[in-house]
Design a protein around this ligand. Sequence first.
Ligand code: HMG
Ligand code: MG
Length: 298
Amino acid sequence: KYPDHVRIIDVGPRDGLQNEKQPVPAEIKVELVHQLQAAGLREIEVTSYVSPKWVPQMADNHDVMAGITRQPGVRYSVLTPNLKGWEAAVPDKPDEIVVFGAASEAFSQKNINCSIAESIERFAPVVEAALAAGVAVRGAMSCTVGCPYEGEVAPGRVAYLAALMKGIGVERVDVADTIGVGTPLKVQRAIEAALQHYDIDHVSGHFHDTYGQALSNTLAALELGVWNFQSSVAGLGGCPYAKGATGNVATEDLVYLLHGMGIATGIDLDALVDAGAFISGHLGRKPQSRVAVALLNK
Ligand code: HMG
Ligand code: MG
């Protein structure tokens, strides 16, 4: 019933660190990427090419990308909301770019300063240029179950956005619960909406853990056959335009769940816990993943 392996994208260096109040030096981010790839992560979301006025934490995108010693077989992805972002990213040679839209109009306005329809117009030339350059394209879909400004989001809005993403050539999409309000059945409805336009190999789950539901939501997604997930080492993360939203589900906890179910990830949990301790130590806090806490108390 469940997939026999899962592919995890660690979004810690990007989603995890975009919301930190204290600046994190580029070399620390680079070291985090190195530790993640050494732990067996094969996809890492490294940074964003967004306005430094909006998200100052990602202003060091070039330094981070240039600092990474790339490991063969690892896919390094970056966020590019418009052509300016794409043009800035090109010299840094990402393997995949991510355009990011929302299933809610209000969140689209707050996060990227345009409507859903306008966002698709901005993404289209980015997608076209990336595909022409042989760079993979993913589409993040925010607020697929709830929006901080509009409340509950209907599955039909997710299907609408997925159709638009498909229409401009986005290869795969993330069903994101940006503010972590989802519960398993609602998340399944959102995923099914995405599945109206994408096959199961091209839909991933991106769950923030604000209400402690992210692992339950992961299990619900696994039941539908989803085998691609995004998570953040040490449970870092949050979106600056989604007030109160906490981090992504911790990669450590996700890996523990999956390995416990006999689902392979290729990730060495101990090495991953060390990576979580490294970045948490730098941020001056204890690792937030339940696994790290459990291992510390053992
Ligand atoms: P805008 O103001 O509408 O853009 O912002 P504009 O084209 O009118 O340009 C205004 C200024 O921004 C100009 O500079 C541009 O050069 C500059 P000025 O002349 O004022 O000095 N600019 C840029 N600078 C650098 N890189 C760029 C870029 N584009 C314009 N690419 C924009 C539109 C999208 C840029 C802005 O709204 C923005 O940067 N938003 C940040 C959004 C963001 O990063 N959010 C967090 C990531 S999404 C997320 O976390 C959710 C996710 O995890 C899934 C989930 O959980 O839901 C993915
Ligand atoms: Mg997110």
